[in-house]
Every structure is written in C-alpha cells, then in structure tokens.
Ligand binder design. Structure first.
Ligand code: UDP
Ligand code: MG
Length: 312
C-alpha cells in the first residue's frame, strides 16, 4: 500500500459525497495504490449511512466507527493505527481542505521530508474567533517547541508512516504532531494549501479551544524537554529555593545567637522557612516524576529513542 488518507468524520453527512468524488479523482490521477480511511466519531446524523454507501461502491475505502464521540484526536489516532500506507495523509471531512493539494504533499515527501504540513495562508474563517487566536497560538507554539510553522491547526498534512507509528496521541494533541515528530528526528517542512469556507454543517470548536491549546502546549514542552529527566526540571528550582532559604535562616540564626536579636518580629524568617520547604517539595516532585516516567516507559515498552536503521 502506498498512500493512506485518514479522515475523521463527526456529523458531516452533506460533505462526504463531494469529498469522496474529489478525493477519488485526485488519487486515481496519482496512479499509486491507496486506501481512504474514514473514522466516524459517533456522528448523530446520517454520516455513517453515507459512508457505508460509499464503501459498497469502492473497496479502497475502509471504515471505522466509534461507539460515541471521542474527539478528533482519538479519531485520527484510530485511523493512523489502522493505516497501512507508506505515506499517510490526514485531512478534514468538511471540504475546507482541498484534496487537489495532495500531490504537492507527495512531491515534498518524495524530496525527502518526513512530515509536510499545510499552511492555510488565505484562511477562510472568521477573523476574531478563529484567525486571530490561531495566529497567537501558532506564534507561541513555534517559539516554545522550536518547530517553526505558520499553521499548526491545518489538518491537511502528510507523513511517512514511521513518523506516525512512533507518536502516541492523547487528549487533543493532534495539533502538536509536528513538534512531537521533531522529537522523533523527522525532517519537517510546510507548503501553502488552498482553504475553503465551510459549506455544510457546523464547526465543532469555539473560542475555548485556544485556552486548551495553551495548556496542551505546556504538556508538550514538558514532554519534549524533560519527560526523561523530571528531576532536572524540578530539582534545579528546588535546590535554588532551598539554598536561598538556608542562607536566610543562617543569617537570622547568626543575629539570634551572636547579637541576641529577637526573631519574632522578622517576617524574613517566614520567607526563609517557606523557601526551604518549597525546595523540598520541588525535589520530591521531581523524584516522583522519575518514578512515574520509569513506569510509563516500562509498562508501555516505550523507548527513549527512535532508530532510523541498523546495519549488521
Ligand atoms: N471532528 C471529529 N470529532 C470531533 C470534532 C471534529 O471527528 O469531535 C472532525 C470533523 O468532522 C472534521 C474535522 O474533525 O472533519 C475538523 O473539525 P472542524 O471542521 O469542526 O474544525 P475547524 O475546521 O472548524 O477547526
Ligand atoms: Mg473545518
């Protein structure tokens, strides 16, 4: 299998037929073996019936159906897990992405990139609730993860399958795939894609998504930088805090024992003790973290590296 296209579907009944027609046209022109995987994420409309109709006509279609709505990240993960193609293409079901762009993605992969991300340069969404928060989020994510992309939110992306098979997604992390892929050692690039206004159905997200993205960003940064060394992360502020607390307390002890000054009037004493305790807390947290990552890696047999090739 050469190409797997993975498409999450949640209440998109009206888009599915036109999407399939365009996708089929593009994929047939490329002239390589392909599969289209639709994941019905607990749709409440007729999406599943429409999908089953399509499946009857075309055996390149694979269908996965969830028992309820588990969210876009879960749907994408299920599709990725199932995909057998050497190249995996992800896109939305709502026709906002253009299937006609897929050949450009494949060309970039052919050039040697492991991950190609779409950039909706002329994005057709509302300014205040979608585009503005997205600009801020993209800037922040680029700064903090060090993977500079204009558009993390674009679902239209292509991956070599090894990249995807090395990434495990939780929560709403699909947006951070490029950052996680960088950890795997993938080479990443972006290309401009067309973007269309939503014609059918409704968007599933509101403004609250921005806050979630920022919280997720903290998780990703932690995972990428410190997940294998939590004691380094918590230990350094811990040591500094304890040290300052210790110095303060030593100074106050000097005053007390050599100059016989009363300490009951010195708020500095509280600060000193507080800092020592905060330091101990931080170090304990780091140690717990060390314990947690061992459990995490060993129970999941998750390795702390990704091998490109072995020559014996
Ligand atoms: N989607 C999904 N499960 C959800 C929410 C969304 O499978 O819980 C799918 C949805 O059907 C679409 C894609 O994820 O194919 C992107 O959703 P949407 O277009 O609403 O997001 P937007 O483009 O507005 O950011
Ligand atoms: Mg959309």
């Amino acid at each position: 299998m050469d190409i797997s296209v993975v498409i999450p579907v949640y209440n998109e009944e009206a888009s599915l037929n036109p999407l399939y027609e365009r996708l089929k046209k593009t994929l047939q022109e490329i002239n390589r073996s392909y599969e289209i995987i639709f994941i019905d994420d607990g749709s409440k409309d007729q999406s599943w019936r429409v999908l089953k109709h399509l499946k009857e006509k075309d055996e390149n279609i694979k269908l996965i159906r969830f028992t309820r709505n588990f969210g876009q990240t879960a749907a994408i993960s299920a599709g990725f897990e199932y995909a057998k193609g050497e190249i995996i293409v992800g896109m939305d079901a709502d026709l906002q992405n253009d299937p006609g762009d897929i050949p450009h993605f494949l060309a970039k992969i052919e050039e040697g990139y492991d991950l190609v991300s779409g950039w909706r340069r002329h994005r057709k969404d509302t300014l205040l609730t979608r585009k503005l928060p997205s600009w801020i989020a993209n800037w922040l994510i680029s700064k903090i993860t060090g993977v500079k992309l204009h558009d993390y939110g674009c679902s239209l992306k292509a991956y070599r399958s090894w990249v995807i098979k090395n990434i495990h997604l939780y929560g709403e992390m699909h947006r951070f795939i490029p950052a996680l892929a960088k950890w795997c050692g993938a080479s990443i690039t972006e290309i401009e894609v067309r973007h269309h206004p939503r014609r059918f159905g409704q968007t599933k997200y509101g403004l609250s998504r921005t806050l979630k993205v920022i919280l997720d960003l903290i998780t990703v940064k932690f995972l990428l930088s410190y997940s294998t060394k939590p004691l380094h992360f918590f230990g350094i502020p811990g040591i500094l805090s304890s040290l300052v607390g210790f110095l303060i307390c030593s100074y106050l002890s000097l005053l007390k024992f050599f100059y016989h000054i009363q300490l009951s009037q010195r708020p500095l004493l509280l600060l000193g003790i507080l800092l020592i305790f905060i330091g101990i807390q931080f170090i304990s947290l780091g140690l717990l973290g060390e314990l947690a990552i061992r459990i995490y890696h060993e129970t999941q047999r998750k390795s702390i590296y990704v091998i490109k090739e072995i020559i014996e």
